[in-house]
Design a protein around this ligand. Sequence first.
Ligand code: GLA
Length: 748
Amino acid sequence: MNYIVHSVLVSDGGDSFRIDTANTSYVIGIQDGLYLGHFYYGAKIPETDLSYKTAFAPPMSPVKTSRELCVFMDCYNFEYPGWGTGDSREGALKAIDSNGTSRVNLLYKGYRISSGKEPIPGLPSTFAAEDPVETLEIDLQDPDTGLSVTLFYTAFPECDVIARRVEVKNEGGHDLDLQRVLSATMDMPGVDRQGRPFELLTYHGTWAREFTKEIRPIGFGRTGVVSICGKTGNRMQSFLGLVSPAVSQEQGQVYGLQFLYSGNFSSMVEKGPNGDIRVSMGIHPEEFSWKLCPGETFHSPEVVLTYSDAGLGKMSRNFHDLYRAHLIRGKYKDKKRPILINNWEATYFDFDHDKLLSIAKQAKECGIEMLVVDDGWFGKRNDDNTSLGDWTVNEEKLPGGIRRLSDELSAMGMKLGLWFEPEMVSPDSDLFRAHPDYAIAIPGREPARSRNQLVLDVSRKEVRDYLFDSIRKVLESADIAYVKWDMNRHLSDLYSAGLPSGRQGELMHRFTLGVYDLQERLLSAFPDLLLENCSSGGARFDPGMLYYSPQIWTSDDTDAYERIRIQAGAQTLYPLSCLGAHVSICPNHVTGRTVPFMTRGIVALAGTFGYELDITQLSEEDKAHIRRQVELFHTYNDLIRNGDFYRIASFADNGFYDCYGVVSKDKKEMLLTFLHVMNQPCMPNRHICLKGLAPEKRYRVFLVEESSGKEKKDIVCEAFGSTLMNAGIVIPCMYGDFQSALYHIEEV
Ligand code: GLA
């Protein structure tokens, strides 16, 4: 008989563990008292001990048939494989011993169950909110090296998420050189319940083209996504999805894994000869090594796993709920963010005090609440060749400094935000002239520049101290409500003046830890600050960053047409509350495309919302659009931030229109966005079935707004939720490309 301790269950024999969430179960067991095996992850089941499955195909016993131990190691479904033991699949933990050998043979030692969840020193992690959580810790040990490994599992039952991580401790008598420490692996069947091979869902991109979805077959051998550029990057999201063929928003099995880390990653699937797969996620072993002295512990970053029996939509909502309740912190966690206007696309580097003030004044008149001064306010920065690292105000542009600007903004009831790029240094800067060794570069070799800048070695405490002090001085000098933390290149020419030669392989991970340390210090010193992370748009859009900033700039591509696809990708993984989205000027600066002003607003409403244009150049008609969009933001942002997201149709899939809705948790209301992206001749109407409503509730459907800008409070219909979700509604034909409409559905 099992005894139930909330979400973690242990079999009578103490050799099987089950972790339950509302709709899922995860089962681990011990083979011959030695090896920890992965038995099951998927829809909820009542059994904790799944050893009955061996009655059908007995596994080779590592104890009784030791003459074939190597074959056992190569076939067994491990929960966390070591290295060099005969398992030729991707290993999780590799350590070089003092004699140069690398074998890590992990044997089961014991377990503990505790209530709550501890933070990970120096790293972002999910945390318990109001509801208590439980953590299962399983200890493994390699008797030869003295390496001891603890696997941590915490269930977030209401989100159907399990968080996993690893701690590796050197309990031996001499130094060990860790060469890889992955955060989580799972050996599992390569087919879904219908026997169809799982496919791999990933998101790829580049600058201005982030979050592009790809589904591909999982071939034999290894396939996956990685980054080795020192940050997550925009080329690949670290996310990994295993999906049934023809997966849709409602149908198909889905396993989703995300990595709470902002540096190099490896997200891999390896298919073996019998079609089974090993899934792994962790810090990329390339450009990674870590010297672990006796008594020291290495903490891996966290992986969060979710399983959905009901397609991609459920996976998205699980991640959204997890991040909103258990990852994002701070004053703005559950709050509306100020509507901002950012001067980047309005002025680039060409601005001064008066120009900013005239933007702010007109913005204020339209209901905008904060001016963000982007790149160019510091040092001698009039283009992107100079001054990064010199975080002192340029008084030629801003006489009286940030203080005068902030005072004048406060007087008119506007907040102030500022752009920083703390991790960077321009060779043409006072900082670089004084401390050339602060930059990451190999002594005696010319480092590669990007945007004419170098990366600061924030793995070093003195560099972080310099940065923290200079940013603190600016933030203390005036009333600054918001910081945009940018990062516009990746790492190269790896060498840290702060590390001995035997530890140079630690630089990439220490760099990421340094970024986290700096952001944590900033938030502790300025708890009311709203931080927005950014990296040439979305090149460091990952769940690790969400622990520090409740919002991240999604893409430098602000063209609403492009944003429909980019945001659709981002919405699959992240809550709308964290997607930086602004209305910008047309023709768009990246694509040259023109989209109606109201459609630009309707697209940006599905994010943090703001403007990125020179408002002083706008017509009265467009300013009226802004006033209306501001009104829509205030009416619907609570719903958009907190509700359940349902994708109804995808422009990326159908090539003509996009449709999504956000339903309040109590199912009393829904905001439906319809985007008529491309005109299709002889296609008068679109048939749309709503989702997520309560079948038995009766609703009234209003047309709230459409891209002609005219306010329409027309009641379209009144019907039960079941009717709206099955018989649907009809969205009338719109004329021209890029048209849009917003509908509000409320309980009668
Ligand atoms: C990056 C950001 C932009 C802007 C510029 C300023 O490209 O993504 O939003 O801040 O830097 O240099």
